[in-house]
Design a protein. Structure first.
Length: 461
């Protein structure tokens, strides 16, 4: 005990207006680990724990953590808090608790969430993996001897068309930063591009004797560096320009409710919905365009921002409703408002983009495609012939898209047994560029085995 007298003061806050979690008291959301969950860490490799909370009336201002020495924390631009800790060789075989609470503020009052605690066990190293990041791509090599019962013909990236190749000593693959299903995340200082190497079986098989593997690849770029690819999560307005008709900017936005008063801001993407939730969408000109109306010719949902992607789900076709949950709130206006119920693609895809084809027409003209509305898909709409000096009465078809949307995970989906790890354990050894730092990170998961991880060596590019 210390012989030095200690003095301190306590500030007692007033009672919360409601003790219901998620109103004034913060409520934890996915991907926050469950209380008592067991995590696996690796010596000299960075453990990452992601925490997210929300409240209807109070504003989340911080997450307070208690953990081992050298634990750090930062906030992402999407409001998640990331706890990092790198165990040392002396920590091998030991268990370390992490506890955290979320703080919400309403006026001058501070409200706390429940306290959650998880336990990290420090284990040994895993497969020999090397990630190399350049200004527009990432590549991975894996030593075959470090992975048992797996071959390159059973591995792929998120996009099934992006395969992993093999030779006598290594497995290897590479992808552009905007290809093969690569996704982007950011915090205040970094852009983080993510993909995964996963195992797959022949869909005709009903059993497997191959180990399950999941390697998450991360390339981290300081925001002041030059990343030579555009990868926006929120799609900007498109420009429609046709001779004799004019040049206009049109935007596709999602809204919070059927009154279409509050659009979802770019910072809220990717948007999260539960299956069956109403999705409210609006396509309109950025500035009013007089004497025009917009026609929604078609809409499709795809797991990537490509309306021609082989996996797609038709929502509207030839102006006709295909998905039975679609409902329109407008007709023959300068804008189009509609809703549908949220869904997810079966199998691996966990995100959805909506791409629509629109036509801009002269308002109240019975000879335009807009006035025809729904037409049978087997019958082409009649062509319109104009004399040379006639002003055009409609544009061609133009694609506009927005997304991604993601399905919220239920508690049953994120509950794991004590032997498995839902959280990401990451190791970042940075690649030094002339003006900024680029980091490559890998995560390895094995079904029925302990999770194994390997630090990423540094390479200059």
């Amino acid at each position: 005990m210390s012989t030095i007298p200690l003095q301190f003061s306590l500030q007692v806050d007033g009672p919360a207006p409601s003790c219901t979690e998620g109103e004034y008291l913060p409520r934890f959301l996915h991907p926050t680990p469950h209380h008592g969950e067991q995590l696996q860490a690796r010596v000299n490799q960075e453990l990452e724990i992601r925490v997210k909370a929300s409240a209807s009336f109070s504003r989340i201002i911080d997450v307070i953590i208690s953990g081992p020495l050298n634990s750090t924390k930062y906030e992402t631009t999407t409001g998640e808090y990331v706890i990092n800790w790198t165990p040392t060789a002396e920590n091998y075989g030991q268990h370390f608790p992490f506890c955290f609470i979320a703080e919400g503020q309403y006026g001058f009052d501070i409200y706390h969430s429940e306290m959650r605690c998880v336990v990290a066990k420090v284990d040994s190293e895993g497969p020999e993996v090397n990630v190399t990041c350049t200004q527009n791509s990432m590549s991975v090599t894996i030593e075959r001897s470090s992975i048992k019962n797996l071959h390159g013909d059973h591995l792929r990236l998120i996009n099934p068309s992006c395969r992993v190749y093999t030779n006598s000593t290594h497995l290897f693959t590479n992808t552009l930063l905007n290809d093969c299903g690569t996704r982007i995340e950011e915090n205040n200082n970094e852009l983080i591009f993510k993909n995964k190497i996963i195992t797959f079986d022949d869909p005709r098989d009903i059993i497997t004797r191959k180990d399950y593997l999941e390697i998450e690849i991360l390339c981290k770029y300081q925001k002041r560096t030059n990343v030579t690819v555009e990868f926006d999560t929120h799609r900007p307005p498109i420009i429609i320009s046709e001779k004799g008709f004019g040049t206009f900017n049109y935007q596709f936005e999602f809204y919070a409710s059927a009154n279409f008063q509050t659009s979802r801001g770019p910072e809220s993407y990717p948007l999260e919905y539960d299956v069956g939730d109403k999705i409210f969408m609006k396509i309109e000109p950025v500035t009013p365009v007089l004497n025009t109306e917009i026609f929604l010719e078609s809409c499709v949902a795809t797991p990537y921002d490509n309306p021609n992607y082989p996996v797609s789900y038709p929502i509207i076709k030839n102006g006709c409703i295909v998905d039975e949950t679609v409902r329109f709130f407008s007709s023959h206006q300068t804008y189009v408002q509609f809703e549908m119920e949220a869904f997810k693609f079966i199998s691996f895809h966990d995100q959805v983009f909506i791409s629509c084809s629109i036509i801009i027409c002269q308002a109240n003209n019975p000879n335009t495609r807009c006035s025809q509305g729904c037409v049978n898909g087997t019958v082409a709409p009649p062509a319109h012939h104009h004399h040379k000096r006639e002003a055009p009465i409609q544009t061609g078809s133009h694609f506009i898209s927005q997304g991604p949307l993601r399905l919220k995970r239920s508690a049953s989906q994120v509950t794991v047994s004590p032997g498995l790890n839902l959280n990401l354990v990451v190791v970042a050894v940075c690649l030094m560029a002339a003006v900024a730092t680029v980091c490559g990170v890998i995560v390895y998961r094995a079904r029925g085995q302990r999770i194994r991880y390997k630090p990423v060596p540094s390479h200059d590019f």
